[in-house]
Write a protein that binds this ligand. Sequence first.
Ligand code: 5GP
Ligand code: ZN
Length: 142
Amino acid sequence: MSCLFCRIIKGEIPSFKIYESSKVYAFLDINPLAEGHTLVIPKFHAAKMHEVPDEYLAEIMPAARKIALALGATPDDTFQYNILQNNGTLAHQVVQHVHYHIIPKPNEEAGLGVGWPQTPTDFDALKKTHEKLAAKIESLSK
Ligand code: 5GP
Ligand code: ZN
């Protein structure tokens, strides 16, 4: 098995473990965007999120929540952070094992910078998109 993150799960490559359960493993990112930048990964090899079984995905966000709390999250704005998960090289994915970034945003410069190139649309275009997607998801849920 040559996958880097599978090898990290197995302990063949060292990592700074933050959290572990039977389904997920979390560790510090080697090149953090900010102090505490952590990766949560399923203990199931898949490159993309839609290939991961639900029982693994179901443990990702509870783990991310614990990590956010450990990093200092409180009900106010004192600690701010982004959760990021890239699928595909065009979408900035480098490591081909699903991973969720938990990235503290301590100030304008550190942490994740986000481009948000919104395009104004109209009601009819949204309605068409909704029809397509709603029909498709209905067929997937059966
Ligand atoms: P991606 O761009 O694929 O969403 O992010 C991959 C992340 O994995 C990067 O933030 C990178 O720093 C991190 N990374 C790559 N190789 C290693 C490694 O060997 N150990 C750790 N801890 N993180 C790694
Ligand atoms: Zn893997």
